[in-house]
Design a protein around this ligand. Structure first.
Ligand code: BGC
Length: 370
């Protein structure tokens, strides 16, 4: 009798362990982020993991160090460990082979912020309206230079930078920006110093202004070269910088040139990084584009959850890209369902927007408000 009771108790304990396990650990989600040298991705990865766990999933996050071979190994490990979904911010199209493998195993793949190019092996992409990001960058430059009242007899001078040509977003940022700047250039009130791709379709010139893997030292060196060569005999009024990391590197190069000390060009940005917000506050960087990545992470995990449960996808706060914007979801081999969140322009006048959205930590908030 005693033996039976003990056996029963052991069985009950084992059963409750199993139930306990089920409760605390749902399916496994692998989160692959591209890099840490652009700070947003650190936050993106951590937010995604926290959101996944909040919904009862097990999750792991890895950062790829801007090296696709390294990221592929990380994704491979996720698959070996039984991932049911992958959230991927890729580095370049070399990711295709592991995504194909995931597709074969029926793993739900969600391209996160960046498209997974040249692949037909996944169905979903969640990002911001990246064309609009570029439009906002250029609109801030047009406002900062008052291009609407500029004349061809006293034109303004701009130089152009783009992000990494391995990142599909870089093309949309640039084309959005040029859709605003080209009319001023055509009128002769704005002149481009250095290479001028009218759109990203001019691949040769686009390559000349692109910044491989969004590396700040590359942008800084290119700016130094411009200052010593093409821009030697003019004073630049503006610089189209595709994100904050590069904007600050470009500003650093300008500050080392006596001509620009105390007289910096209008420089755009993106990501609302703390250091750039401080720079905007102090009047150096002119603008940034705020993309609420906490919201993107929340939306991506909701999307994964709905896909894994075979529910109808419905993402509050995001629009399904259609019409012209559907291009954002074109991998080159298929058009994936693409959900877009809205970016917001930030200048000195509305720095409160990212602050009030709790985008910064407490210490940063105090510094920004002081
Ligand atoms: C992202 C930007 C980021 C850049 C460099 C892009 O794909 O959309 O937010 O600044 O990559 O990491």
């Amino acid at each position: 009798m005693k033996k039976i009771t003990v056996t029963l108790l052991v069985l009950l304990a084992a059963a409750s362990l199993v139930v306990g396990c089920k409760k605390s650990g749902g399916a496994f989600i692998g989160i692959a982020m591209p890099e840490t040298h652009v700070l947003r991705w650190v936050k993106d990865g951590n937010s995604l993991k926290a959101e996944a766990e909040k919904r009862g999933y097990r999750a792991d996050v890895q950062w790829g160090n801007a090296d696709q071979v390294e990221q592929n190994k990380q994704i491979q490990t996720f698959l070996t460990n039984g991932a049911k979904a992958l959230i991927v911010g890729c580095i370049n199209d070399g990711v295709g082979s592991v995504i194909a493998e995931a597709g074969k195993d029926n793993v739900a793949v969600i391209a996160y912020d960046r498209i997974i190019p040249n692949s037909a092996d996944y169905d979903y992409f969640i990002t911001f309206n990246n064309f609009k990001v570029g439009v906002l960058q250029a609109e801030s430059i047009a406002a900062g230079l008052d291009l609407a009242s500029a004349s061809a007899s006293a034109p303004k001078y701009i130089t152009l930078f783009a992000g990494s040509a391995t990142d599909g977003n870089a093309f949309f940022f640039f084309d959005g920006a040029m859709s605003v700047l080209n009319p001023y250039i055509d009128k002769g009130v704005l002149k481009v110093v250095g290479p001028y791709p009218k759109t990203s379709a001019d691949r040769d010139n686009f390559q000349r202004i692109a910044t491989e893997n969004w590396q700040a030292p590359i942008a800084k060196t290119r700016m130094e070269n411009l200052l010593n060569n093409d821009a030697r005999n003019v004073t630049l009024d503006a610089i189209l910088a595709p994100n904050d990391t590069l904007a600050r590197a470009i500003i650093e190069a300008c500050k080392a040139d006596a001509k620009y000390r105390g007289n910096l060009p209008v420089v755009s940005g993106q990501d609302a990084e703390f250091d750039s917000a401080m720079s905007i506050k102090s009047g150096e960087q002119y603008s940034t584009v705020f993309k609420d990545t906490a919201k993107l992470a929340e939306a991506a995990i909701l999307l994964a959850d709905q896909v894994l449960k075979s529910e109808t996808v419905n993402i509050p706060g995001a629009v399904l890209a259609s019409g012209d914007l559907a291009k954002i979801g074109d991998t080159g081999r298929k058009v994936v369902k693409t959900y877009l969140l809205d970016p917001i322009l930030v200048t000195k006048d509305n720095l409160d927007v990212p602050i009030d959205a709790e985008f910064y930590d407490r210490t940063q908030k105090v510094l920004l408000k002081s």
